[in-house]
Design a protein around this ligand. Structure first.
Ligand SMILES: *Cc1c(COP(=O)(O)O)cnc(C)c1O
Length: 465
């Protein structure tokens, strides 16, 4: 299995090399040159299997011979052993044809644990085989960073640096990043917003001297391995609800487009997905884009769903690559326009390709809060603000057509965003017992300027120690 860049101008890589590299050298994102197929029989055979076994069957064809069956199974088993639910990604029913896929039973209470826990194990096995060590730098709006620090802390083949926007992550998110004691993990609070964090990260990857000097690796949602790992729960959910003999739609609270793009890959593999519904908060660049065929930046306004306060939705580039019939040069032109002019128009052809798979909707702050209140009253479920945005947009979609089962991805545990949940319901969501002492642990963090050279110097000094 070979991986190619969405901008068509970087070397083809194996799964393991694409995983260790992150961003391609032409600035693009790695995608599989072709998508392995699962037949109806293959999908039917998933019904009733464990999450781990499904993960193995879905991922194996993409991994090729980079990992033996035993290595891959071992990584998967270790990755999910610490989850607080044996189903790993349980489904809960909200309404006659509406289901919630709970993706928040991992160690940092957000869906990003699925990919991060497994990528940590895969990195460790691969780097040990190679006798190498790497420096992971990540940008986070909150949940990626905590998931990465949790997954990589104490692994001896990596140092991890996480950039988060100072003052713009929730207290639980921040504490999950700043309280681990292991000396190979470093939380950096950057003076800027999430897009600044992501921009500096991209700058480091495009600065080849630094990149090669520190053996830079990325685990942001641009990393292909993360997208692939997230494909798995589309299969477990759909198989539970009757796939391949029944179509299923998914609504996905979306920021960087990684989670929903995993759904697109599942569909390309043969899973009978009807609609993939993009749900955004007030930072609705993706929703506007689907409505107006134009992707244009307006500036980010902080919201009660901070993990979706994003304007440069990195993985959307992968969707554009498919919408342009895998023409990397065409994608490169759009991405240059985004950088130079703050936006780009989408052609009619590309727009109709996107509309074949995706719908969209948004929830403003008041609607998000009202949805948390209503869900509690009607179903007893406590939703985090991100999940509530998904539920609202899914309800809009169900009002148009309710014959296809709708699965909304619940991306974080309510206790990760207690203020918004308490405001909407009067209930203070409590942390699961296994992390109940989070507020008492001492914090370790370095505040950093929004400046490339300063960041690179700090990283070089820390890894030299
Ligand atoms: C990261 C995140 C999202 C957005 O996911 P993308 O893959 O970036 O679209 C939504 N909700 C929560 C809680 C998150 O942590």
């Amino acid at each position: 299995m070979k991986y190619v860049s969405t901008r068509g101008n970087a070397p083809e890589l194996s799964f393991a090399d694409a995983m260790l590299t992150g961003l391609a050298r032409d600035g693009g994102l790695y995608v599989p040159a072709e998508i392995p197929q699962m037949s109806a029989e293959d999908i039917r055979a998933l019904q009733g299997l464990s999450y781990e076994e499904t993960a193995f069957r879905v991922m194996k064809p993409f991994v090729g011979d980079c990992f033996t069956d035993e290595e891959l199974r071992g990584c998967i088993d270790r990755a999910y052993a610490g989850f607080g639910h044996t189903a790993r990604a349980p489904l809960v029913q909200l309404a006659p044809n509406h289901f919630l896929l709970e993706l928040f039973h991992g160690p940092t209470l957000a869906f990003k644990d699925f990919a991060m826990q497994l990528i940590g194990q895969l990195f460790q096995v691969e780097l040990t085989k190679r006798g190498e060590r790497v420096t992971i730098v990540g940008a986070t709006s909150g949940d990626t960073g905590s998931a990465a620090i949790e997954a990589f802390k104490g692994l001896d083949a990596v140092d991890v640096f996480i950039l988060y926007p100072h003052g713009r992550v929730s207290e639980v998110q921040r504490r999950q990043m700043t309280t681990p004691k292991e000396s190979n993990v470093h939380a950096l609070a950057l003076d800027g917003d999430f897009d600044d964090c992501q921009a500096r990260l991209k700058d480091m990857f495009n600065h080849f001297e630094f990149r090669d000097g520190v053996k830079l690796a990325g685990v942001n949602s641009i990393n292909w391995a993360r997208v692939l790992i997230q494909v798995v729960y589309y299969f477990t959910a759909a198989a539970s609800l009757g796939a391949p003999d029944r179509k299923i739609s998914f609504t996905v609270p979306t920021g960087n487009f990684g989670d929903i793009f995993a759904g697109f890959i599942a569909k390309q593999m043969g899973l009978p997905i009807d609609r993939l519904v993009i749900a955004t908060n007030q930072n609705d660049i993706l929703h506007r884009c689907m409505e107006n065929a134009e992707y244009r930046k307006h500036g980010v306004t902080p919201s009660i769903s901070p993990s979706m306060d994003i304007e440069v939705s990195s993985n959307f580039e992968r969707a554009l690559f498919w919408a342009h019939d895998k023409d990397g040069a065409a994608v490169a032109v759009l991405m240059d326009e985004l950088k130079d002019k703050g936006g780009f128009a989408i052609s009619d052809n590309a727009m109709s390709a996107l509309s074949q798979h995706y719908d969209s909707g948004m929830a403003d702050e008041a609607t998000t809060s009202a949805t948390i209140t209503a869900a509690k009253a009607e179903t007893g479920e406590l939703l985090c603000p991100h999940s509530a945005i998904g539920v609202h947009v899914a309800n809009q979609q169900l009002a148009k057509s309710s014959t296809t089962p709708m699965v909304t991805l619940a991306t974080a545990h309510p206790a990760k965003f207690p203020a918004a949940v308490e405001e909407a319901t009067g209930i203070h969501p409590s942390l699961p017992n296994r992390m109940a002492d989070l507020y008492e642990r001492s914090e370790r963090v370095t505040q950093v300027p929004n400046d490339l050279t300063a960041l690179e110097t700090l990283i070089q000094e820390r890894i030299a120690k």
